[in-house]
Each structure stands twice: as structure tokens, then as C-alpha cells.
Ligand binder design. Structure first.
Ligand code: ATP
Ligand code: MG
Length: 233
């Protein structure tokens, strides 16, 4: 397993937000976390990426235990994270955003830049434009592209399609599938739960920091209880 987070507990102060949740994903897989607002989905991602202290539980990545390792060391190991909010530098150009993504690298970036522009051709056209001037969908593409600049093994995406039109959402999911096809494991949180589970090899329904349901995306979609309680019928 590329990433295996087991029985995580932790929170922001005295109180735990994560109450034993577990998530995992392999290199050739897309794993999707869904669940109500406040369930702890973003918190679980932060725990994996070293942004939240894990009080109990373990995270292993590419064979090593990395529980509570610092984000920068995780980036160097091949983990990249796109947060739910403020995930681009609005005053920097698209190109500068991509260069910033490679902050841990000191080698030649041209191959990675070519790959990102190949994946998101619209970004190549807008490379000199400030990211803050782009549409929401294009900003998400910049954010994902920025994360890809470290050539990660695992990409963590927190609500990459939030607030986007169905057409743009489909486009983002298509690119995520294409990224995964190059051998990058994907762990993502999604509010567009049905559409996301449809492309998920592994699915997790999180509620109050616990796994309520864990199965393949297809099985969760077919589960009536999941559909009624968490997917709007
Ligand atoms: N920085 C923080 N400090 C204190 N409490 C926080 C912080 N961030 C989140 N919380 C609380 O932790 C709980 C879980 O929040 P989290 O952001 O993980 O939920 P989520 O499942 O991602 O929700 P959403 O669907 O709204 O993004 C919520 O009760 C939230 O208020
Ligand atoms: Mg969230």
C-alpha cells in the first residue's frame, strides 16, 4: 500500500476531531473521502500531511512510518497536498505558481513544467497571467499543477471541484484520472460525492471522525443506506 493511515485520533485543542478513522490508497488507485460538513474530512487529510498532530494511530507511506512527520519532509518523500482553500498565490503568474510548487527542488524543472502544461494546455496559454485573474476551475488546475511539480507519488486533493460547474468538474475528474494513470496515487475529499465515488477504487464515508462505510466506490454508490443518508437519495 502506498499510503496507509490507521485508526487516527487527533484534533485542534483538547477535543478529538478524528475518532479512529482509517484511509488507504495504492499507487494505481483513486481513494475518495465523502461525508457531511464538519465530519473531519479535511482534518484527516491534514493529519496525513503532518499539519495536524496525530495523538494516536499510524501513517505509513511508501513503506515507512511517517506519523507526525513535517510537511516539507513528506513533500521530499513524494507526497503533495492541495488544500481546500487558498491553494494558489493569486498575485503570482501561473508559471510562477508552478515554479513555487517545486520549492524543494534545485534541479532542472523543464520536464515537469512541460508535463503540467501538457496535462493542462489552457494553463500554458495563461502562463503569464496572475493566478488570481483566472476562473475557479483554472485556479484549481494551477493548484493541482503546482502540486505535481514535485513529481509526487501521492497527491492529496481537498475538494478539487468545489463550486465548479458540472462541465468543469468533469474536466477536473478527467485530469485526475489521467494523473492516476501515470502511477500517482490519489486521495481526495469530495462534496460531489456521487461523481467522485464513480471514479473511486476505494471510498470512505466519514462521519464524526470515524469510518461509517468503507468499500469500493461502486459498492458505496449501490448501498441504499449510504445513498439515503449521505448522497441525497
Ligand atoms: N483550525 C481549526 N481549529 C479548530 N477547529 C477546527 C479547525 N479546523 C476545523 N475545525 C473543526 O473540526 C471539525 C472538522 O472540520 P473539517 O474541516 O475537518 O471538516 P470537513 O469534513 O472537511 O468539512 P467541510 O465539508 O465543511 O469541508 C469541525 O467541527 C470544524 O469546526
Ligand atoms: Mg473540508
Amino acid at each position: 500500500m502506498l499510503l496507509d493511515a490507521q485508526a487516527l485520533y487527533g484534533g485542534y485543542g483538547g477535543m478529538d476531531i478524528l475518532n479512529g478513522c482509517s484511509v488507504a490508497v495504492d499507487s494505481d488507485q483513486i481513494a475518495v473521502i465523502v461525508g457531511p460538513n464538519g465530519a473531519g474530512k479535511s482534518t484527516a487529510m491534514k493529519a496525513v500531511f503532518g499539519l495536524l498532530k496525530v495523538r494516536e494511530g499510524t501513517v505509513t507511506f511508501a513503506g515507512d512510518e511517517i506519523t507526525n512527520a513535517r510537511p516539507e519532509s513528506l513533500v521530499r518523500r513524494g507526497m503533495a497536498y492541495v488544500p481546500q482553500e487558498r491553494n494558489v498565490f493569486p498575485n503570482l503568474t501561473v508559471h510562477e505558481n508552478l515554479e513555487m510548487g517545486a520549492f524543494v527542488r534545485s534541479d532542472d524543472l523543464s520536464e515537469s513544467l512541460d508535463r503540467v502544461y501538457g496535462l493542462f494546455p489552457a494553463m500554458a496559454e495563461k502562463r503569464k497571467q496572475p493566478a488570481g485573474e483566472l476562473s475557479g476551475g483554472q485556479r484549481q488546475m494551477v493548484a493541482i499543477g503546482r502540486a505535481l511539480m514535485v513529481e509526487p507519488k501521492l497527491l492529496l486533493l481537498d475538494e478539487p471541484t468545489a463550486g465548479l460547474s458540472p462541465r468543469v468538474m468533469d474536466e477536473i475528474f478527467e485530469r485526475i484520472i489521467a494523473i492516476n494513470a501515470t502511477g500517482v496515487g490519489i486521495l481526495m475529499v469530495e462534496q460531489n460525492a456521487k461523481q467522485a465515488l464513480a471514479i473511486a477504487h476505494r471510498g470512505y464515508v466519514l462521519a464524526t471522525g470515524r469510518n461509517r462505510f468503507t468499500d469500493t466506490g461502486a459498492a458505496l454508490l449501490a448501498n441504499q443506506e449510504v445513498a439515503q443518508s449521505f448522497l441525497g437519495g
